[in-house]
Design a protein around this ligand. Structure first.
Ligand code: 5CA
Length: 445
């Protein structure tokens, strides 16, 4: 993309309404625009990152064997009356009447609707196990929408639902989700720690939240610092292997890590003092096992191998897709702007032309732009007729991990500059070498 043809409405001033850095940078980098409290338009740069995050979520769900579908944002209230949650959900639910006077609602989550789909089409243990998920907008009329996309009223969530014959199978689905979530977050450059939590209005006893440690996080958390030393890395996971998924789950959840709702002072104090940490965190996902809560209430039964009929065991599993943009920025930025991890960056590499209109410099930039595109990458070429300082400031603010800078002086010596946004380090090399380096970096992802 050429910047002169793009829509990147960056702001010079810090927007007064933004209290935390991710919100500030998302507004300043022209990623989002607020349309009402907690409701945002996703401008091209923000939309690109959102799509990239969705893509990673889809890829990791596919790897775990989960199947995508799409349910609507609007739901009939009657489904929620069956589960009893229409009355329980309270003011967070946005209730709407259609022209026939029927009660509708903008879905805050989809347990009822997916159970309705299941009971209409599945009746036998032979069709299990089954995990269906979608990535869809949700609405929760939060009391205090704040911090930009972090606590929105309209927000994008990946929500998945497993259906299993037995509790044991459903717990495998729980573990499988836990492992696939760890992978998902790591690909986004995040360390998200599973912590024992409270199940709230979703229900059930088994639940973990995934928390990214950050000072601006809304959750208070308590953990053994040894938990921050574990990562999934490049391990091969066989998602159908119950023992392997369980082992990974135990590895990540045996050390003390809890949100304030489930915090246990005595257990916490049993950790060696130097490893006892309390901090704040951003909840980027949550997994639940709630057994037959919805299948009992809504009559979602399956025939068992011996001919009996039992309610199906279920769990639900959510990732805060739009919230993740805020979480990633909170975890990865400096005083100049965002620093995107390679896995989610909106453009792979920036190209800065230091002397627009100079035939040699323009030619070299065009060559680099075309070579990167030919290699399957998506570069952003700053071809504006503007000062070098302004171009660097924009690149730093929008946070592309790599930048190739082309100027007349370097070109005389046959070199351009390749700069890492994270370290600020610049290396001179030929244009071909710079392209090859950038291509190699992304090939390794
Ligand atoms: N049905 C279950 C799992 S599918 C569910 O709704 N879980 S949840 O309530 O924990 O939401 C899943 C994730 O959505 C949360 O972990 C959080 O990352 C994100 N989320 C929840 N509320 C908001 C909000 N107001 N703004 C942005 N993201 C949110």
């Amino acid at each position: 993309m050429r910047l002169t043809r793009y829509f990147l409405p960056v702001l010079k001033e810090n927007p007064a309404e933004a209290q935390i850095v991710s919100h500030r940078y998302m507004l300043r980098a022209g990623m989002i625009k607020q349309q009402a409290a907690g409701i945002y338009s996703w401008l091209p740069l923000g939309f690109k990152v959102l799509k990239r995050i969705e893509e990673i979520v889809h890829e990791e769900q596919a790897r775990a064997g989960h199947i995508p579908l799409l349910m609507p944002t609007l739901q009939p209230a009657d489904l929620w009356r069956e589960s009893g949650r229409y009355d329980d959900y309270g003011q967070e639910m946005l209730r709407i009447k259609d022209r026939q006077g029927r009660d509708m609602l903008y879905g805050p989550t989809n347990e009822e609707m997916i159970t309705d789909i299941f009971r209409a089409h599945v009746g036998s243990y032979k069709d299990l196990p089954l995990t269906l998920y979608h990535i869809q907008w949700k609405f929760r009329d939060e009391m205090r929408p704040r911090f930009g996309v972090m606590r929105g009223r309209e927000f994008l969530m990946k929500d998945g639902y497993n259906f299993d014959l037995t509790k044991e199978d459903a717990l495998h689905a729980y573990n499988r989700h836990l492992v696939s979530y760890l992978r998902t977050y790591e690909r986004m450059g995040l360390q998200a720690i599973p912590m024992r939590a409270d199940s709230g209005p979703i229900g059930g006893d088994d639940t973990h939240e995934f928390l990214v440690l950050a000072e601006t996080g809304e959750s208070e958390v308590f953990y053994d610092s040894a938990v921050t030393d574990i990562s999934l890395g490049a391990r091969d996971i066989a998602y159908d292997d119950k023992a392997q998924c369980q082992a990974v789950m135990e590895e990540f959840t045996s050390l003390y890590a809890r949100t304030d709702e489930t915090h246990d002072e005595a257990a916490f104090n049993a950790i060696p003092e130097e490893r006892r940490k309390s901090a704040r965190g951003i909840e980027v996902g949550q997994i639940f096992y709630f057994g037959t809560k919805y299948s009992d209430a809504m009559g979602a039964n399956v025939v068992t191998p011996d001919g009996g009929k039992v309610p199906v065991h279920m769990g639900s599993h959510g990732i805060g897709v739009s919230r993740l943009l805020g979480a990633i920025i909170e975890a990865s930025h400096d005083e100049k702007g965002i620093i995107w991890p390679e896995g989610v960056t909106p453009f792979h590499c920036g190209i800065v032309n230091l002397k627009q209109g100079d035939a040699d410099v323009d030619g070299a930039c065009e060559g680099i732009y075309k070579a990167l595109k030919k290699a399957g990458l998506d570069p952003l070429y700053d071809d504006r007729d503007d000062r070098a300082g302004a171009k660097f400031a924009t690149m730093d603010l929008i946070g592309l991990p790599w930048r190739i800078t082309v100027g007349p002086r370097g070109l005389k010596n046959g070199v351009v500059e390749l700069t890492s946004r994270r370290t600020g380090e610049s290396v001179e090399m030929t244009a071909e070498a710079a392209v090859a380096r950038v291509v190699a970096i992304y090939a390794g992802l």
